[in-house]
Design a protein around this ligand. Structure first.
Ligand SMILES: [Zn+2]
Length: 246
């Protein structure tokens, strides 16, 4: 699927849900085996690919961050949830399902708090509940770059040998151009980020930006527009550098 064109997010999600349902078929029978990483590796990589393609994120994004950005509960936790529900010896109620889902999210939150992976994403989205409970806001190719830190940032591209150096060309002070520098330090996008800072109010951090976005549709749209315009400019700059090197 293309990153900036191709199926809309709702269709991508629908396809991902079909895959999820197939993976979870008869989960109560095999969920114990999921505790063995080597048995579960193939399933997890398919599920991870779904999370990445739904949000058009880079393939280098860790499983942990991909699942959070994609709002997809890790599949081993979902398998255990199915097992718990299947072991209930009465007709399931909405409350049963709600409680089972709450404990799955709590388990996921504990895992997210303690992992060493996806720490930039954790700075943006430390609290899974408010992120998952939002009823608006699609995460596209550009927003995924902001939330994962994997995108057209020189420090990231340098790591994969797509740039000669990781430094910001605008600051010229030997400072690395990573996601934090671009959005929270660099004067290059001062005007756009200052507008966002005023809108967010209070302390301006990756978390406060995401907290502001989940407040409502207009907050999400205005923030997404600002971040997207910056990321598009970065992508153009990267293209220009690539052409001049050729
Ligand atoms: Zn800079």
């Amino acid at each position: 699927m293309l990153n900036t064109r191709g199926p809309k997010q709702r269709r991508r999600l629908l396809l991902a849900n079909v895959v999820k349902s197939q993976i979870l078929y008869a989960a109560p029978i095999w969920s114990n085996a999921a505790q063995c990483p080597s048995y579960f590796r193939g399933v997890n990589s398919t599920y991870r690919l779904c999370a990445l393609r739904v949000r058009s994120a880079f393939r280098t994004v860790s499983d942990e961050a991909a699942f959070v950005i994609g709002s997809m509960i890790p599949v081993d936790i979902l398998a255990r949830e199915s097992t718990v529900l299947a072991s209930t010896r009465r007709t399931l109620t909405q409350l049963d399902r709600h409680q089972a889902r709450q404990s799955s999210v709590t388990e996921w939150q504990n895992r997210w708090n303690s992992t060493t992976k996806g720490r930039w994403t954790y700075r943006c989205i430390p609290n899974l509940v408010s992120w998952l409970n939002r009823t608006h806001g699609e995460v596209d190719f550009y927003l995924s770059q902001f939330l994962s830190g994997h995108g057209c940032f020189k420090a990231y591209l340098f790591k994969f040998k797509h740039e000669h150096d990781p430094y910001c060309d605008f600051c010229l002070s030997g400072v690395e151009e990573d996601v934090h520098h671009v959005f929270f330090e660099c004067p290059r996008f001062h005007r756009q980020m200052n507008q966002l800072k005023l809108a967010v109010g209070g302390v301006f951090t990756p978390q406060s930006v995401v907290d502001y976005m989940v407040k409502g549709t207009s907050e999400w749209a205005s923030t997404s527009d600002t971040l997207t315009s910056i990321l598009k400019e970065l992508r153009d700059l990267e293209r220009q550098r690539r052409i001049s090197r050729a």
